[in-house]
Design a protein around this ligand. Structure first.
Ligand code: FAD
Ligand code: FES
Ligand code: FES
Length: 1314
């Protein structure tokens, strides 16, 4: 326990802070010689620092002392106290944005209040003294009226599961406080830190752009009053000043640490000098703990909040540009933009642009410049973008020692070697650079925004342009992301001095020197050393192209330009039939506004019950071993830990997957199948304690073997499941057809899995009841959850009540992968007879939860001269992971022909056994990989025959009435019509010609265009029910149906259908949570058909009700609905109807669609832009086109993640998932979607066999997102052609920036000027 310091006394002469020793302080008067300067002085002791402070949330003042732990975040406070459940939490790393709130605080630079969006998950509670926090609830609600941003988000259908929505709202609210009249581009830039897994962003961006001054008419929000957008202080009636409760020195004593807030540099020095033996952590934004978990505040004894140290908040733009250590990255960007008006600092605009790519907006709002540099110091391989640019331009750090207050200047490189103990970074000075100095900086990263770099680089070249670009003095070539030791390319810098860069020989010599000098570290988590090395070379070359300008040939010169992403836009085109409204009416989700305002309740939002406990899984950290023993005693010794449960504690069966082929242990009892497998459960008084204690449980392993985490290696070792696997499928005689065909084509393709990345992590609350237990899981499958809980607890199903209101995203993750969470929560509640909530933290979820499988396929194809398919032989390997229960190896035999007719097939499905979490369904589970493989084959065929891919694809497309390879007659096949229609609407021929011209004219920029059609087989083989109640008192209606609302809009469609069938207004219908009493024995929500089949059940129930009411209605033809209902009630008519829809595998139809995507590629870096995607989808007669468009866009963008950015990496030694953080795993952001995103729903296309003539939409569009990968492949091919590489190459998925660049085959010999 650290000693609590007495108040500080300040010397009036030198201002040094003093801790009075006994004898010096008598009755509050201090008399002694100053410990720093020796000056004798007497003074009254300063008042004792406060031990508590105040701030406001949504107008309410809160005062906080030491009742929370020092590591408590603002998010913990808001959620755990029940103040805001609209503020969500997921990654706790500032990576997802669902926890965004607005903070109004005093800006030390302007001394005015400013409102910023921050991630409440990393913001320490103890830094918010005097702040005004606004959450989505603070903006408005259903009672007092919603805020305009709530309304716009809902009106544009910008919510699906709704988990990201409050964060989106608060990001916009904060932005409008700073910039009340933004442009659309500024709005789009602002949404770089808020992820949405459902919508595909277009609708959210449209909603937010409605506030932009340059928004087109159709987007513009009407009646926007900026006054209404601003919060007025309840106390003063003025706009918020951000100074509620005032500020001042703080000293708060916690059980194991002390929190200080000094208000002068002298006091900060004193604290550092007093605590030399403690683990000391200064805090500005605390964002560093989102990068390195060992920097989390709970790991330190002495915590010093430096935000109120005025000397660190200074800045000047004069001879130098000086940025105080506390200047946030956002403020630094603003200051740099201001500074660049002076020509000597014009380079600062490039620095500002570069720094605007650090993390995301809320991160930059919270994070300080000094904190970033300290991270680089802390871990020299940290890819600090700020260090790189500062080092390149010759910035100086002013660093003070607290021991003597001495300030020393260090270059950035020297700073790295400094011992930072008792040191404070006061400021950074940026020097003036004259016009002859060229500065360039680059950040190459896996996604467009919100990511660390593969490589960050900055160059400073002092150039004499009049002398063939001679380098007049030592240049700077600085890199981050290469190795622990390399920061600048010293030898190349030396080599260039005095040389003419415009001379081809200089370029060649410099590149050779650089090539020898750069030696990247290999690390399984990083991109390959080869890629990072080639980036170092190509970024240097890019800089040379810029410096040498006109010396360079025009075809090559464009290599120096960076890709610039324009503001994105979307077009939606769909049919609707007004005479059928509310059916076919394009309306947003009925609960959209509640989701936006934080009123929609998710499992984690339900108020805690008295005595409620929290649980966390203990998981394995090796992937292939046996458990020797488990020692939970260190965890049980922690205060607040209640119980540890493991396999022997299970009263029923230790199997949480009833009816599955291989079962699945709830807790691993011996053989470890994968790293991340649950071995036990910690139950504790809080989630924080449970998570911390779970890490303290010691699991001892024996027989540790190398884990199989790579599908190719597993195939090499023939690690296959043999039982429960689909059989080989043979149609005709593929071998003969191939051998006798004019052309034989052989190839292979591999692609990785995908995390579902639901923003609501796995969660379940369970409560013991008089009957048994009530379980509130986030699951897509209540029936099997009930069976699983019954099996684990060893009790009857009728003792278990399950209820699900809504899910915060699922996409297949909560189909079977939710069972373990539900069973573990129910088990703990059952054994302890207390309510227990188990919410998996994000990192555990990434390691534990099964994902979309990875695949490898080998094919052999025979085609005619014209390109007609003759026969296909294919071996299709699918990663099952550790268990084959959700095996998807058979997917090809179902979807693999896509839209193409081939008379002869031989398909061999193989399930691959690996030490990875059991893989599972993910949006479009069987179809997405199968269609990709078939499209790969078609592209390969076209390439081999030298024909256009679209021509070969069209040639082989099914005709109406033909039989698909699974013998199903395609009676309504319209793919040829769709292809022809898209060719016209997307002007494919003309654009392809333009692409070809572009590629001829540019060596280092290439474009590609690809078309992917889809056929998705829908089988309505699941059974659901719906209960419709009409209430006699007022005629209002409730529906309880068996589908789970997971963002797909099922409840809205159900309400529309119910209102249509009963002939009543839509707002008379309310949809209630799905539950195991009303919806017993019903099927899983999945496979895209749930919405239509539940609508069918509702139709059936409504028809029953209409039939029962008909005789009464006949007697009163002019009665209102209420009069009719009352009359029926009085006549004893049963006003409740339960209908059951029995699924059957005969009930089949196909969904068709086609997509064209165009990309532009920067060959030198591998970065790309999705310029345009046109999607034409046959949705039948859409029940709600607005919702269905949202499904198309959301599915497509999720697929873009699969094919382009989301790479899962395992540690080859332990088998642990290395990409278990938002820092490493990269779903698409708002800037990764197509710049021009056009979606059309086919017109006049009623589905003759669909429910209300509609077709499913949730999954099929995802199968077309691989068009982006194929477009990139075309662009890569164009680049390879320039170096005479025309051989076939597979473009494996994901086509990451790294993967794409490495395929372009650009060697040093091509880095030339002409
Ligand atoms: C989601 C996310 C994305 C990110 N993306 C990027 C990125 O793309 N590029 C990039 O370069 N960085 C990135 N970062 C890192 C980020 O820039 C740093 O976390 C941030 O700048 C640290 O500042 P802070 O004020 O939060 O520091 P804190 O977390 O408060 O402190 C960090 C460390 O700095 C010390 N410290 C702070 N101020 C001083 C001072 N004046 N003198 C001496 N020591 C001091 C503290 O003692 C502590 O050890 C990202 C971080 C996150 C969480
Ligand atoms: S939970 Fe805060 S950013 Fe993800
Ligand atoms: S609506 Fe955005 S994550 Fe679901």
């Amino acid at each position: 326990m650290p000693v609590v310091s007495p108040p500080l006394i300040r010397c009036p002469h030198c201002k040094a802070g003093h801790v009075p020793s006994s004898g010096e302080l008598v009755e509050g008067v201090y008399a002694a010689n100053c410990q720093a300067c020796g000056h004798f002085f007497k003074t009254r002791a300063v008042p004792t620092p406060k031990s508590q402070f105040s701030f406001t949330v949504n107008g309410q003042t809160h005062t906080v002392g030491n009742q929370f732990s020092a590591g408590t975040t603002l998010n913990d406070f808001l959620r755990d106290t029940g103040i805001s459940h609209g503020t969500k939490v997921m990654c706790r790393e500032a990576g997802c944005g669902c926890c965004t709130v607005a903070a109004t605080l005093n800006d030390p630079v302007t001394n005015k209040p400013k409102t910023i969006n921050i991630n409440s998950c990393l913001c320490p509670l103890y830094i918010v003294e005097g702040w005004t926090i606004t959450t989505t609830e603070g903006l408005g609600n259903g009672r007092t009226g919603y805020h305009q941003i709530h309304q716009q988000l809902a009106a544009h259908n910008g919510t699906q599961c709704g988990y990201c929505s409050p964060g989106m709202v608060m990001a916009m609210y904060s932005f409008l406080q700073k910039n009340p009249s933004p442009t659309m581009a500024e709005v789009e830039d602002h949404f770089d830190g808020n992820l949405c897994r459902c919508t595909g962003y277009r609708s959210i961006l449209d909603a937010m752009k409605s506030f932009a001054k340059d928004a087109p008419h159709h987007l513009k929000a009407t009646g926007v009053d900026i006054e209404d957008l601003t919060r007025v202080c309840k106390r003063t009636g003025e706009p918020c000043r951000g100074q509620c409760g005032g500020t001042g020195p703080l000293q708060i004593v916690f059980a194991s640490s002390v929190w200080y807030k000094p208000t002068s540099l002298a006091d900060l020095y004193s604290l550092l000098n007093q605590h030399t033996r403690d683990r000391v952590r200064m805090i500005f934004g605390n964002t560093a703990s989102g990068v390195y978990s060992d920097l989390k505040l709970d790991n330190f004894d002495t915590l010093i909040d430096i935000r109120d140290v005025p000397e660190l908040n200074t800045h000047t733009i004069g001879t130098n540009v000086v940025l105080g250590g506390n200047i946030t990255i956002t403020t630094a960007i603003d200051l740099l933009r201001e500074a660049c008006n002076n020509t000597l600092f014009s380079y600062c605009s490039l620095l500002a642009d570069h720094m605007a790519r650090v993390g995301n907006t809320p991160l930059r709002n919270a994070a300080s410049v000094a904190g970033n540099l300290v991270l680089k110091h802390y871990s020299p391989d940290f890819q600090s973008d700020i260090f790189v640019v500062f080092a390149a331009v010759g910035a100086i750090a002013n660093i003070a020692s607290s021991v003597d207050g001495k300030v020393t200047q260090y270059s950035m490189l020297d700073f790295l070697d400094l011992n930072l103990a008792q040191k404070v970074i006061l400021s950074i000075e940026l020097p003036p650079l004259d016009a002859g100095v060229v500065v360039r900086c680059y950040k190459i990263m896996p996604v467009a925004v919100n990511s660390h770099s593969y490589v960050s680089a900055a160059f400073r070249f002092p150039v004499d342009r009049s002398n063939n670009c001679t380098i007049t003095a030592k240049p700077s070539i600085v890199y981050a992301g290469i190795s622990f030791t390399l920061n600048n390319a010293e030898k190349t810098e030396q080599y260039l001095v005095g040389k003419a860069l415009g001379d081809a020989q200089t370029l060649k010599g410099a590149l050779q020197t650089l090539q020898q000098e750069i030696k990247p570290d290999e690390d399984p988590l990083l991109s390959s050393a080869a890629y990072r090395k080639s980036l170092c070379l190509s970024l240097f070359y890019k800089t040379c192209l810029v410096v040498c300008g006109n010396v360079v040939g025009s075809r090559i010169r464009t290599g120096g330009d960076n890709l610039v992403r324009p503001v994105s836009s979307g077009k939606q085109d769909f049919p609707t039939k007004q005479d059928e409204w509310p059916l076919t009416k394009p309306i947003p989700k009925l609960t959209a506004i509640k989701q936006a305002a934080g009123e929609a309740v998710y499992v984690n939002d339900k108020p805690l019950r008295v005595g409620e406990l929290h649980a966390a899984f203990v998981t394995t950290i090796v992937g292939n071993a046996r458990i020797q023993r488990i020692d939970a005693s260190p965890a049980l010794a922690m205060s607040g830990v209640v119980k540890f449960l493991s396999a022997p504690d299970v009263p029923g069966t230790n199997n949480c997957f009833p009816g599955s082929a291989a079962g699945e242990e709830l807790f691993c009892s011996n053989q470890v199948l994968y790293a991340g497998q649950p071995v036990g459960l910690i139950v504790a008084e809080s989630q924080q304690i449970a998570d911390a204690a779970a890490k303290m449980v010691k699991v001892y392993y024996t027989d540790i073997q190398p884990p199989l985490v790579d599908i190719r290696e597993a195939i090499r070792q023939k690690s296959f499941f043999t039982q429960n696997m689909p059989k080989e499928m043979k149609i005709g005689d593929a071998a003969s057809a191939i051998s006798s065909a004019a052309h034989q084509i052989t190839g292979d393709i591999q692609f990785g899995g995908q995390s579902h990345f639901c923003l609501e992590t796995m969660i379940c609350r369970s409560e013991p009841t008089e009957v048994g237990i009530s379980v509130f899981p986030a699951t897509q499958w209540i029936d099997l959850t009930q069976k699983a809980v019954a099996m684990v607890l060893g009790i009857e199903q009728n003792k278990i009540q399950i209820e699900v209101s809504r899910l915060g995203g699922s996409y297949g993750a909560k189909l079977t992968r939710s069972f373990s969470t539900s069973c573990a929560s129910a088990l703990a509640a059952h054994l302890l007879q207390r309510p227990v909530k188990l919410m998996m933290n994000f990192n555990t979820q990434m390691e534990t939860t099964g994902k979309r499988p990875s695949y490898y396929a080998q094919y052999n194809v025979g085609v005619s001269d014209a390109g007609l398919l003759q026969g296909i032989k294919l071996t299709y390997y699918s990663e099952c992971g550790a268990l084959p229960n959700d095996q998807l190896a058979g997917g090809f035999s179902y979807f693999g022909d896509n839209v193409y007719n081939c008379p002869n097939w031989d398909i061999i499905p193989v399930g691959v056994k690996m030490n990875t979490p059991p893989t599972t369904y993910a949006r479009g589970p069987g179809a997405t990989p199968a269609i990709f493989v078939m499209e790969t084959i078609m592209e390969h065929v076209a390439e081999s025959l030298g024909k256009s891919a679209l021509e070969v694809k069209t040639l082989n497309m099914y005709q109406k009435g033909q039989k698909a390879f699974n013998n199903y007659t395609l009676s309504y096949c319209n793919i040829r019509e769709l292809a022809s229609s898209l060719s016209t609407s997307a002007q494919i021929a003309a654009r392809q010609a333009a692409v070809d011209v572009f590629n001829q004219n540019n060596r280092w920029k290439k474009k590609g265009l690809a078309v992917v059609p889809t056929k998705y087989i829908m089988v309505n083989d699941s059974s659901y029910n719906a209960l419709v109640n009409i209430y006699a008192g007022d005629g209002s209606v409730t529906v309880t149906h068996a589908g789970i609302e997971n963002g797909q809009g099922i409840n809205t469609k159900v309400a529309q259908v119910c209102a249509y069938e009963l002939g009543i207004p839509l707002d008379s219908v309310k949809v209630l949570p799905t539950n195991s009493s009303a919806n017993a024995n019903t099927a899983v929500t999945g496979g895209s058909t749930t919405s239509e089949q539940n609508c069918e059940a509702v139709i059936s129930a409504c028809m029953t009700l209409n039939a029962r009411m008909a005789p009464v209605k006949a007697t009163m033809p002019n009665a209102t609905w209420l009069e009719l209902v009352k009359a029926c009630y009085q006549k004893g008519v049963d006003l409740s109807a339960l209908a059951w829809v029995y699924g059957s595998s005969d009930r089949m139809y196909q969904c068709y669609g086609i997509t064209c995507t165009e990309v532009e590629l920067d060959v030198l870096t591998g970065e790309y832009l999705l310029l345009r995607s046109d999607i034409l989808y046959d949705c039948g007669e859409s029940m709600n086109p607005e919702i269905d468009i949202g499904q198309v866009e959301g599915a497509f963008v999720m697929g873009l993640g699969l094919w382009l950015t989301e790479k899962i990496k395992y540690d080859p030694v332990t088998g642990r998932n290395l990409t278990n953080t938002a820092w490493e795993y990269k779903p698409p952001s708002a800037k990764d979607i197509p710049v021009d995103f056009r979606v059309q729903l086919l017109k006049n296309a009623p589905n003759p066999v669909g429910v209300l003539r509609s077709k499913a939409v949730g999954e099929p569009p995802l199968c077309m997102s691989c068009s982006a990968l194929f477009a990139l492949k075309h662009a890569i091919s164009a680049s390879r052609k320039d170096v005479a590489q025309t051989d076939h190459f597979p473009l494996n998925g994901p086509a990451t920036v790294e993967n794409v660049q490495q395929q372009c085959m650009c060697g040093l010999d091509q880095f030339v000027y002409q």
